[in-house]
Design a protein around this ligand. Structure first.
Ligand code: SAM
Ligand code: SF4
Length: 327
């Protein structure tokens, strides 16, 4: 079992399989994209398998596949097939922009992968196109509805962006009223590839809740697992739930159970910190198991206590993009 220097159990890995993406969400990267890494610097599917296997051996029981856009990677299903058979791994989930998932839905179903987070920050077409800088609105909606109706556990990630999509908060809750999905509102974080920097946000989780309270009076707070990053609620008469994720306020660090590995093999122990080690050269060595285990043990033994402590590693300025970190 992996236990960090603040006695937190680490059993959840967020594994980025690429830094590439077919959208250009303005809160994630600049219009021209970021300088994506060369192919040879990305972990291969075999390397991703190896790293996952070692981490599951060390006590990781949940892996979330992220990116970049995971489905940009044509060989993703090969990795998923492998993970699905990995003993000790109880939960495989995917975070996606839902543009490219369509052709894979049947295969995901067969594999028993049920937990899909769809990032969708607008229900209005022009707002969606302004934020994502692409015209994939119809495809995303079609795939989202397909995922829901085919029985996946769908959660929608909606980042509240000042001056861009506040007006869609209530409509998305209304739209999802009849579906068993969880709509989670996230605070914007400053990982946008240097497009803009900010030290505070207007739409924090308390402001979002106040806004929702003005429109829906009848809702109750739900119990959530200790390690959950979202504070969850149920509105009377709605099939699904909604959640607030204080991703900028960082109220959840005390129970953080996560480790991140980027598509280039960087190990990140806190979203707000810098990478702590790199696994690419280690996994490319012949007998890599011990090397990976030791690198993981070392970084887990020196984690920052909170995202605010980790942030100091950047000297205040973030230039990285979420497409490289994985969210
Ligand atoms: N492309 C996939 C997607 O968008 O779902 C997976 C990768 S994306 C980097 C993972 C998550 O990070 C998404 O839910 C996205 O909305 C979120 N994200 C990206 N940039 C963010 C930011 N600046 N602040 C908060 N969340 C962000
Ligand atoms: Fe791509 Fe996801 Fe970043 Fe949007 S948030 S640009 S979909 S990686």
């Amino acid at each position: 079992m992996l236990i960090d220097n603040h006695k937190r159990t680490i059993n959840y890995l967020r594994l980025a399989v690429t830094d590439r993406c077919n959208l250009r969400c303005n809160y994630c990267m600049p219009a021209e994209g970021i300088s994506f890494v060369q192919n040879k610097k990305l972990l291969t599917i075999d390397e991703l398998k190896k790293i996952s296997q070692v981490l599951v051996g060390q006590g990781v029981s949940k892996i979330r596949i992220t990116g970049g856009e995971p489905f940009v990677r044509k060989d993703l299903i090969d990795l998923l097939r492998y993970l699905q058979k990995l003993e000790g791994l109880d939960d495989i989930s995917i975070t996606t922009n839902a543009t490219l998932i369509g052709p894979y839905i049947d295969e995901l179903k067969k594999l028993g992968i049920k937990n899909i987070n769809v990032s969708l920050d607008a229900i209005d077409r022009s707002t969606f196109e302004k934020i994502t800088r692409r015209n994939q609105y119809d495809t995303v909606h079609e795939n989202l509805i397909r995922l829901i109706t085919e029985g996946f556990n769908v959660r929608i990630n909606f980042i509240v962006l000042e001056g861009q999509n506040e007006q869609d908060i209530i409509p998305i809750l209304e739209l999802m009223k009849h579906y068993p999905v969880s709509v989670r509102f996230l605070e914007e974080m400053p990982f946008n590839g240097g497009s803009k920097s900010f030290e505070k946000i207007t739409w924090d989780y308390k402001v979002i809740l106040t806004h929702i309270t003005k429109h829906f009076s009848n809702f109750k707070k739900l119990d959530s697992p200790e390690t959950s990053t979202s504070i969850n609620y149920k509105i009377e008469g709605h099939k699904g739930t909604f959640g607030l994720i204080p991703s900028f306020s960082r109220t959840f660090c005390g129970s953080c159970n996560r480790l991140r590995i980027t598509a280039t093999g960087d190990i990140i122990t806190c979203l707000y910190g810098k990478p702590k080690a790199n696994l690419r050269d280690i996994v490319r060595n012949k007998n890599s198991k011990n090397g990976i285990e030791n690198a993981i043990l070392k970084v887990v033994g020196s984690r920052a206590k909170t995202g605010f402590d980790a942030q100091k590693e950047h000297g205040g300025v973030f230039e990285n993009s979420m497409t490289s970190i994985g969210g």
